[in-house]
Design a protein around this ligand. Structure first.
Ligand code: CP3
Length: 340
């Protein structure tokens, strides 16, 4: 397979960095917004024709080098019995974890079967040089969301309180999440994904020492099981900060870095054997074109010196970003002489 993304991960470097974006499937694309007029998000996810089409939209509309599966990290709590619903304001669970409710979590693996069919459909439809990225939520991020009983409950207050006051119970739940996530991620590999990203988007909601001690072993376990399947792994621990120093090749192939830190600082903290992905602040896409290009020029040196770099955002697209600005970024990356 002649994919610039997979070649870069395998250290067969090109004259430019590969590019894809977190949250590229859906959200900012007019072609997706058009579909949203007549279809609901969760219904599209459960329809293998639509889910595979939406997965591939950004290849055409933006020209990115990889597809990421159109799905969501919250399917794991759904399969753990929490009954996921997407309202106009966001996701919620009809049967959430409650502060005072003893946990009765039972994993029903068959609830995720439709996703494996979506993966197979994408593999059938896509061009051979475009790899499909599968994903799963990180154990802490998934745990925090599991307390969300209504779509306005966004600050994880109950979940964090539970984590601090019921440590042992919390870790038991996180272990169950991990086991389900491993089953789910390994089955994604068996269905055909060619790269895998673990989204630990709320890593920064506890101190990085605590994350490293208590949660990182679980994240590592998921990433290692995926790697055992021969699938390259990317870990996105958003807000991990100085914790990046604990990430090495035994954990993942690549670390995706958020926008709080410069690429150079992140590179210094990370183990040299781990590749780096990131970290454009998505809000730069609110700038005028000239100022966006100014930013891109400012990271050119990093891109010429670091061939193991994958261009991406430091967090997903915001919903109201103009897709033409994202297209401008992809075009710029492709036409620039990176002096490698
Ligand atoms: O990257 C991609 O485009 C692939 C698909 C993907 C979605 N969600 C589709 C989605 C991925 C990788 C995610 C990850 C995800 N989902 C995260 C971690 C990464 C991040 O960006 O923070 C989190 C925390 C979620 C949970 C979630 N899903 C929330 C809070 C919401 C509502 C608000 C929002 O972000 O839009 C969703 C809904 C969701 N997931 C949408 C999409 C395309 C929007 C639904 C719609 O179109 O109405």
């Amino acid at each position: 397979m002649n994919s610039i993304l997979l070649n870069t991960i395998n250290r067969k470097y090109s004259d430019r960095p590969p590019v894809w974006f977190m949250r590229q499937a859906g959200r900012i694309l007019p072609s997706y917004q058009n579909l949203k007029k007549t279809h609901r998000f969760y219904d599209m996810m459960k329809d293998k024709n639509l889910a595979s089409d939406v997965t591939l939209l950004p290849i055409n509309d933006l020209g990115v080098d990889a597809a990421i599966l159109f799905s969501d990290i919250l399917v794991i709590p759904d399969a753990l019995g929490l009954d996921l619903e997407f309202t106009d304001k966001g996701p919620k669970f009809n049967n959430p974890l409650k502060f005072d409710k003893p946990n009765s979590i039972i994993y029903k693996p068959e609830k995720l079967d439709y996703i494996y069919n979506n993966i197979k459909e994408v593999i059938n439809k896509k061009a051979s040089n475009i790899p499909l990225i599968g994903f799963c939520g990180g154990p802490l991020t998934t745990f925090l969301f599991m307390f969300r009983d209504n779509e306005n409950n966004r600050n994880f207050k109950d979940a964090i309180k539970y984590f601090y006051s019921n440590r042992e119970e919390s870790l038991k739940i996180i272990e169950l999440i991990t086991e389900a996530s491993i089953d789910y991620s390994v089955k994604q590999c068996k269905s055909g994904i060619e790269c895998f990203q673990l989204f630990e988007t709320y890593c920064g909601s506890i101190p990085n020492e605590l994350y490293t001690e208590l949660i990182l072993p679980y994240s590592k376990k998921i990433l290692n099981k995926v790697k055992e399947q021969g699938c390259p792994t990317i870990f996105f621990p958003k807000g991990f900060g100085e914790g990046l120093r604990y990430i090495n090749k035994d954990i993942c192939d690549y670390a995706s870095v958020d926008w709080h830190m410069s690429l150079n600082d992140a590179r210094t903290l990370l183990d040299q054997e781990v590749g780096i992905q990131g970290n454009m602040d998505p809000r730069i896409l609110y700038y005028k074109n000239e100022k966006i290009e100014e930013y891109l020029n400012s990271i050119k040196k990093f891109g010429s010196e670091n061939k193991d770099w994958i261009f991406n955002l430091g967090h997903g697209f915001l919903p109201d970003i103009d897709f033409r600005k994202a297209k401008l970024v992809v075009d710029w990356i492709k036409k620039t002489n990176w002096k490698r």
